[in-house]
Ligand binder design. Structure first.
Ligand SMILES: CC(=O)N[C@H]1[C@@H](OP(=O)(O)OP(=O)(O)OC[C@H]2O[C@@H](n3ccc(=O)[nH]c3=O)[C@H](O)[C@@H]2O)O[C@H](CO)[C@@H](O)[C@@H]1O
Ligand SMILES: C=C(OP(=O)(O)O)C(=O)O
Length: 424
């Protein structure tokens, strides 16, 4: 079991290149299975989730490889319609991979997805999209079996009961619509960059999609005639995490390859109040600390404040004088970062979906565990600002989405070492 040992209180300074986006990449990798010609995704992040995508494509009979920071998938034919349980349970967009296989072959078997387990992560809207295109669904022993005699154009609402649009279900519906006969219309759709880039890739593949960035999409079913080369955009969650690291440590980090427009407006507004100054510089963005103040905000669908940057901002809010309040509206009870932050000295509590942080608090190193990717990221941020040494377990969650995190932090001056448990 690997752990990170972080000795805090160093101001981080320097310039880093921001990796490709995990969440965009994962959805593009699913969409790549629609094409019978090669699809090359450039700027693929070097993370464990990327390796899982390669293995899923290979298990289905496609050729897949990563070389020169690009994943190439050639799904000339799919040999089987089953996504193995041992792979599908490792990542979140398994249902989108399932939709791609169903769209391509008329049948699919896939396990309930994995990804982070900070909340119940439902897939009922994905299954509803599969039914809308004409599939019959059966669930048994943790697997979904879907089969359709023919895939016909459909209308579908991708919004959920009480949590706004589902990003994943929007993309599942889009992939099904791309291969159905006739036109499909998706309403209540997510407008996240993941959707924008999936639409971008489908268009490159020759699938007509009509979308103006609003909550309605129209797709004309047309099996992709082309292959494509597509570039994954920078990871806005990773960029946001390192930007917060600059503010946490009163340092200065230049994030190359990202623009202010890559961040949701909800994040820019809240972070500015919380003590993070972001300025556009010629090669990207410069992140420094401004006067921190407490904030009250809600997470919400893009372009509102993203749930994936909520735990990290909580770490920063431990340094803001006064009481901050967060309402987590996307994932009820996404609060797995609280025990670790509290054991480092933070005054942070959760009641239902509401988190309260009282600052400023002096943080001290502790032995903590990250139980999912952004909770672990929040603990890394706290450790960088804390006095003394923090021992962080659960780093495998970080490696699902952060490329070479220890090396990147060291390049900024942080004292970070990785150890396996036997070495401690
Ligand atoms: C809208 C939103 O912020 N989506 C986030 C969500 O995407 P992801 O695609 O994982 O999740 P969805 O957008 O589908 O889920 C949003 C909400 O809808 C609910 N839901 C989802 C699917 C479904 O079939 N039924 C259902 O009820 C979920 O439980 C959740 O409360 O998690 C990702 C990882 O943290 C983030 O990168 C995305 O920004
Ligand atoms: C929760 C996340 O990832 P996943 O959906 O892959 O679990 C995340 O990116 O913050």
């Amino acid at each position: 079991m690997r752990r990170l040992l972080i000795t805090g209180e160093t101001s981080l300074a320097g310039r880093i290149h921001v990796q490709g986006s995990k969440n965009v990449f994962l959805h593009l990798a699913a969409a790549s299975l629609l094409a019978s010609r090669p699809v090359r995704l450039r700027n693929a992040p070097a993370i464990t989730d990327t390796r899982v995508c390669v293995e899923i494509a290979r298990a289905l009979g496609a050729h897949a490889e990563v070389a020169d920071a690009a994943m190439t998938t050639h799904a000339a034919d799919l040999r089987t319609t089953e996504i193995p349980g041992g792979l599908g349970t490792l990542i979140r967009p398994t249902a989108c991979f399932g939709a791609a296989v169903l769209a391509r072959t008329g049948a699919v078997t896939f396990p309930f997805p994995g990804g982070d387990a900070f909340a119940e992560r439902l897939i009922d809207r994905h299954l509803a999209a599969m039914q809308a295109v004409g599939a019959e669904i059966r669930v048994s022993d943790g697997f979904v079996h879907a089969r359709a005699r023919r895939l016909a154009g459909f209308t579908f609402d991708a919004s959920t009961d009480g949590h706004g649009p589902s990003l994943g279900a929007t993309i599942s519906a889009l992939l099904l619509g791309a291969m159905a006969s006739g036109a499909s219309r998706i309403s209540g759709a997510s407008v996240e960059p993941e959707v924008e880039h999936t639409v971008g890739l489908l268009r490159c593949l020759g699938v007509p999609v009509s979308w103006e960035g609003t909550s309605t999409l129209e797709v004309e079913g047309r099996p992709p005639a082309n292959g494509a080369t597509y570039t994954v955009p920078p990871d806005r969650m990773v960029a946001g995490t390192y930007a917060i690291a600059a503010a946490m440590t009163e340092g200065r980090i230049d994030l190359a390859g990202v623009a202010l427009s890559d961040f949701p407006t909800g994040f820019l507004k809240v972070a500015a109040t919380a003590g993070l100054d972001l300025a556009q510089v010629p090669h990207g963005i410069r992140a420094t600390r401004s006067e921190p103040a407490p904030v009250e905000f809600e997470t919400g669908p893009h372009p509102e404040y993203p749930t994936d940057l909520q735990p990290q901002l909580c770490a920063l809010l431990t340094q803001a004088p006064g009481t901050s309040k967060v309402a987590e509206r996307v994932y009820s009870r996404r609060a797995t970062h609280i025990p670790g932050l509290a054991s480092m000295g933070a005054d942070i509590r959760a009641v239902g979906d509401h988190l309260t942080i009282v600052g400023p608090r002096t943080l001290s190193g502790a032995t903590v565990r990250g139980t999912d990717i952004r909770a672990a990221a929040a603990l890394v941020l706290a450790a960088l600002a804390a006095s003394g040494r923090t021992e962080l377990a659960g780093v495998e969650h970080l490696y699902r989405g952060y490329e070479n995190l220890p090396g990147t932090l060291r390049s900024l001056g942080a004292a970070v070492m990785e150890h396996s448990q036997e070495e401690l």
